[in-house]
Design a protein around this ligand. Structure first.
Ligand code: NI
Length: 139
């Protein structure tokens, strides 16, 4: 259900507003100042909510590894089976003859998603990785 739009005025320094307008312009014609402010407010609220370790979040972990590394593929596989209830999907891409990219999509309490991510990123042979957390505000 959509809630009613309320207008309010915001005061800000001219140079900050000028930078903000450049951001609005970069987001394209479909977005105006109000829409970008709403996006930023939603981002800030989400950031604040996911600080709670018990908030249900979606996590997307992207990792890069060399599949020749010692038993790495088995270790990564074992971790993912251990948390099968939290791991929704995994996509594997062979980047070149040696290097793999994997995107692991997870759902669960923030602390569990962070733990799985830390275990995978801490596995020897994973050369790079990044976890992105988001939430739908639905628990
Ligand atoms: Ni591969």
């Amino acid at each position: 259900m959509k809630s009613e739009l309320i207008r309010f005025s915001v005061a800000m320094p001219e140079d900050l507003l000028s930078e903000f307008d450049k951001l609005v312009a970069r987001r394209g014609n479909a977005k105006n100042r109000s829409e970008v402010v709403r996006d930023l407010v939603r981002d800030a609220i989400m950031e604040s909510e996911i600080e709670d370790p018990l908030t249900t979040v979606m996590g997307t972990l992207t990792i890069i590894y060399n599949h020749h590394a010692n038993e790495l593929t088995d270790k990564l596989h074992d971790i993912q089976h251990e948390y099968f209830g939290n791991i929704i999907s995994t996509t594997h891409v062979h980047i070149d003859a040696h290097t793999c990219l994997e995107v692991i999509i997870m759902k669960g309490e923030h602390e569990i998603v962070q733990l799985i991510s830390d275990r995978i990123l801490g596995t020897k042979g994973v050369t790079h990785g990044k976890l992105t957390i988001t939430t739908t505000n639905e628990d």
